[in-house]
Ligand binder design. Structure first.
Ligand code: UT7
Length: 334
């Protein structure tokens, strides 16, 4: 029996910065509304003509994470890839990483859990490492949202929030069971699937429909009941963080760094207040990148680590909530 620990982190964000003012040229929105409601100042959107996709960005972040782990691609035993915006309906992005990084024919698994995708993904990796089945696992979260958003006023309640980007980490065995990932906590509530979803394309709404109806049929664009999602988010974030603390006999004061899914600065601030945490104990970068869904927690974790905000022995808490609904947390002793 082992624990797993993170030994390498990497991120990749497209260069193209899209400000709130840029969006106000496409739709009826404005910088004041977006900043007041979400905290977002700008996001990265892949530029037209770029070769970046979720898999391509994921591969770029993965190379950095593997390198920082002091490993090579041939040391990786398994790939877990979390995204809601895969390059193809099938196969998933995991197999593309195996090919792009010219890895041996190791297993590759895709996780489809949207905003909580990365936390689910490291939980899956953690189980494989705990049982001894694999030693080194590459976990990636990446999203290419911008090409699938409704960039008219009709879509403004959703479109202004989302950004593109990728993050990756390498997990390995930790023999000291008091260190590494101490526990993970996963939940779902499918009755609210339609509160935040893309309905089409799917097997039920297939290609001819897209060709004929795109532009008229809004089911091709993400839909979100923002207020409903917000209300559920603040409750579920709190619950799942508390669940993790209780499981490990920890108190609110023991949190050294909380990395929340970057959905909305107001949600993060609510959680920060509820847990009595200072600004130094919560990492936010939504102002720069918007909501990058399955990539957001790992990009934020990478940046917090790069900025020297995470030290050996720290209790780091990851928490996420999103479409499904699904929500999850991970308690890590760094
Ligand atoms: O990451 C996955 C999980 N997602 C979340 O956790 C997101 C949770 N929800 C939210 O973050 C917020 O609900 C939003 C940021 C999406 C929206 O903020 P809100 O304060 O709930 O605004 P609202 O939807 O109630 O809209 C208020 C007004 C509406 O106008 P009326 O009906 O009051 O006249 C909207 O039409 O703001 C209007 N509006 C906008 N105005 C300017 C909506 N989007 C925009 C916009 N620019 N981009």
């Amino acid at each position: 029996m082992y624990n797993s620990k993170i030994i390498g982190l990497g991120k990749y964000l497209p260069d193209n910065v899209v400000t709130n003012d840029d969006l106000s040229k496409l739709m009826d929105t404005n910088d004041a509304w977006i900043q007041e409601r979400t905290g977002i100042k700008e996001r990265r959107w892949i530029k037209e003509g770029s070769k970046d996709t979720s898999a391509v960005m994921g591969a770029k972040a993965a190379k950095i994470a593997i390198d920082r782990a002091g490993l090579t691609k041939d040391d990786i035993d398994f790939i877990v890839f979390a995204t809601l915006s895969p390059d193809y309906y099938f196969p998933g992005c995991g197999v593309q990483i195996q090919d792009m990084l010219e890895m041996p024919t190791i297993g590759a698994l895709d996780v489809r859990n949207q905003c909580s995708g990365f936390v689910y993904a490291i939980s899956v990796a953690d189980q494989f490492i705990k049982t001894g089945m694999y030693k080194n696992i590459l976990v990636i979260g990446a999203e290419y949202h911008s090409n699938g958003l409704d960039k008219t006023t009709r879509g403004r309640g959703v479109t202004v929030i989302f950004g593109d980007g990728a993050g990756a980490c390498v997990l390995t065995r930790e023999e000291d069971l008091s260190k590494g990932i101490l526990s993970t906590h996963l939940h779902s509530e499918g009755q609210y699937a339609d509160k935040l979803m893309v309905k089409s394309p799917s097997i039920a709404h297939w290609v001819p429909e897209i060709l004929e109806a795109k532009g008229e049929d809004i089911s091709y664009f993400p839909y979100m009941d923002g207020q409903f999602v917000f209300k559920n988010a603040v409750v579920r974030f709190s619950e799942v963080i508390m669940e993790g603390l209780l499981k490990n006999g920890l108190k609110k004061d023991d949190i050294d760094m909380l990395i929340p899914h970057q959905a909305n600065l107001r949600i993060a601030q609510f959680i920060q207040k509820k847990f009595g945490l200072s600004d130094d104990q919560v990492y936010n970068n939504i102002t720069k990148y918007g909501n990058t869904t399955a990539a957001s927690v790992v990009i934020a974790l990478t940046e917090a680590w790069e900025d020297g905000k995470i030290k050996s022995g720290d209790h780091v808490v990851l928490a996420a909530f999103g479409s499904g609904f699904t929500w999850a947390s991970a308690i890590i002793k760094w």
